[in-house]
Design a protein around this ligand. Structure first.
Ligand code: IMP
Ligand code: MG
Length: 191
């Protein structure tokens, strides 16, 4: 019997962004960030769990010095739509006061998480604060938000792979895939 991973991999019409396109775009993003932060030592804050692969690949393409930290937030209840109620499951370990901070997200959907993080991290008084997201869903914003660095703008569909999950599965897929049948009510979803 095929695993769910094999099922998605074997259906080529599910693929939205392949691993090589991801690698190339990340290299470009890392070059831009390295130029913009030349001579500085920013702290990259990964938003767990979804950003872990993007985070790891992005920082390995940087030519500047950097530090890393991680936060974990959750807002999805029993649904694929954000509940809007965001909880901090893991806070910061390092002191970011006065530091240049870049928050690394996997995907921006409603925009609620980014706005929540901008406010919450901003309260720790960083010297500067920017966001980089691998993906932005076009036409999905429920609130206006800012994201300084964007990998790809994608259609408003539920996607999995390259760190992104559906009910905790599919994070291991090497590319980004469209999930065609997503039941309205799923397992509790964490970022
Ligand atoms: P937002 O607060 O609605 O912008 O939601 C952002 C978070 O929800 C992302 O960081 C993801 O963890 C999760 N998310 C949103 N859309 C998707 C998707 O299509 N697939 C997997 N996770 C998603
Ligand atoms: Mg996320």
């Amino acid at each position: 019997m095929k695993s769910k991973t094999e099922e998605i991999l074997s259906n080529s019409k599910n693929i939205l962004i392949g691993s090589e396109a991801i690698r190339n775009r990340i290299r470009e993003l890392a070059q831009t960030i390295s130029q913009d932060y030349c001579g500085k030592i920013p702290v990259f804050i990964g938003v767990l769990n979804g950003s872990f692969l993007f985070f790891a690949d992005l920082i390995r393409e940087l030519t500047i010095d950097c530090e890393v930290d991680f936060v974990k937030i959750s807002s999805y209840g029993n649904s694929t739509k954000s509940s809007g109620k965001i909880k901090i499951l893991k806070g910061l370990d390092c002191d970011i006061r006065g530091r240049d901070v870049i928050v690394v997200e996997d995907i921006i959907d409603s925009g609620l998480s980014v706005n929540f993080l901008r406010k919450w991290i901003g309260e720790h008084k960083p010297g500067s604060l920017r966001f980089v997201s691998l993906l932005i869903k076009e036409g999905a914003a429920e609130v206006s938000y800012e994201c300084e660095y964007v990998g790809f703008r994608i259609p408003n569909k539920f996607v999995v792979g390259y760190g992104l999950d559906y009910a905790q599965l599919y994070r291991n897929l090497p590319g980004i895939y469209i999930m065609n049948s997503v039941p309205e009510h799923s397992e509790k979803k964490e970022r």
